[in-house]
Write a protein that binds this ligand. Structure first.
Ligand SMILES: *Cc1c(COP(=O)(O)O)cnc(C)c1O
Length: 358
């Protein structure tokens, strides 16, 4: 890949915010993009100005949602350099999603080196404020200008980056989660294990309903029987039994294979917990909460890293978890994972890629 870096007039550049980062509404000056066509393959790779696209109204993605994305972060280390967390896994998953959505795959190495170059150019946008980071959003959309229903011939692949604040503004606060017994996120054999926008579009309606009831996230059950726990919002879910066993549902095809989930399993094992991927039946799980056998529940994903669940709402009943407080296992995993991400503790797993900007 020949990567063109477009010179930008320095007087036209925005300076990065130092506070009030928000989430996903401020972006650095530059973005990466490249195009795919059957004749040329991937071409036109460049890092240029973050700017609008101009696309015909007939563009395939507007009609049939052939789209994929990724989400990962760059973390400011105490020494001023920048860490990426397991970016190789994001590249792999991006291509798995592309494959499932019948899109062109990218060269994973080149995709990652373009991201590294972009971060090097925009390193000032990686915040130094505790808990803040630079969010990285690789995306691919189908760009063939045609309404026929088939896999697009053309694609646009781009990466935008923007600072995000700490997920937990008032400390490590548990979230209330609503269990939907009516609506489903994804079905086995569908696209639940691809990171594609349509999965989110389909979930918004239920998310809004949950918000009206006072919950901030939705826990999804399997679509075949409505009995097995799958995942929560944009996070995977873990249950702690008797303070020592961490259980998360197995990847059956309808669950997004989270990189934080994978890391919790590996780290949990390393820290001496029993770790298992086992089906979690919803009624058994709620009974285990009531009896105290389940001592903690938490979500895991790039945005929050670890998000303790304070209560479940299911069929007009509420189930308070650990007195609505974060438990010791969630605390430990959060400290260890964020410690590795920000370079505060040694990375014994080789999960981080450090970009030297000093
Ligand atoms: C991205 C995502 C996750 C979490 O994945 P991470 O790699 O840990 O950020 C979980 N569920 C869904 C539906 C997602 O889109």
């Amino acid at each position: 890949m020949e990567l063109e870096v477009v010179e930008l007039d320095p007087t036209t550049l925005k300076t990065p915010p130092t506070e009030d980062f928000g989430f996903g509404n401020k972006f650095a000056n530059r973005m990466f993009s490249q195009k795919y066509s059957p004749e040329k393959g991937w071409h036109g790779a460049k890092i240029g100005r973050y700017e609008n696209f101009s696309l015909p109204p007939s563009t395939a993605v507007f009609h049939y949602a052939q789209e994929i994305f990724e989400g990962t972060k760059a973390y400011r280390r105490a020494d001023g350099n920048i860490n990426l967390f397991r970016p190789w896994e994001n590249m792999k998953r991006f291509n798995n999603s592309a494959h499932r959505m019948s899109m062109a795959m990218v060269d994973a190495e080149e995709h990652l080196s373009a991201i590294i170059k972009l971060i090097e150019l925009e390193h000032e946008w990686v915040p130094s404020v505790p808990g803040a980071s630079l969010y990285i959003r690789p995306t691919m959309i189908a760009t063939e200008p045609a309404l026929g229903v088939h896999a697009s011939s053309d694609y646009l692949h781009f990466v935008i980056v923007g600072p995000v604040g700490a997920y937990f503004k008032e400390g490590f606060n548990p979230v209330p989660v609503y269990i939907s017994d009516q609506y489903r996120r994804a079905v086995r054999g569908g696209v639940g294990d691809a990171k594609t926008g349509g999965n989110y579009a389909a979930s918004l309606f239920v998310g809004e309903q949950a918000k009206q009831k006072g919950y901030s996230q939705v826990l999804w059950l399997d679509a075949l029987e409505g009995r097995y726990v799958e995942e929560v919002g944009a996070m995977n879910i873990c249950f702690v039994y008797e303070g020592k066993k961490i259980v998360t549902p197995p990847l059956t095809g309808s669950i997004l294979p989270g990189i934080t989930r994978m890391s919790v399993l590996e780290l949990g094992r390393d820290l001496g917990y029993d770790v298992a991927e086992e089906p979690v039946e919803v009624n058994e799980m709620l009974a285990d909460l009531k009896s105290g056998k389940i001592t903690e529940v938490f979500g895991c994903g790039t945005a929050a890293v670890i998000a303790p669940v304070g209560k479940f709402g299911y069929q007009d009943e509420e189930y308070i978890i650990n007195n609505y407080e974060p438990g010791p296992v969630a605390n430990k995993l959060y400290d260890e994972l964020t410690g590795i991400q920000y370079g505060r503790i040694p990375d014994r797993f080789n999960w981080t890629l450090t970009i030297d900007v000093n």
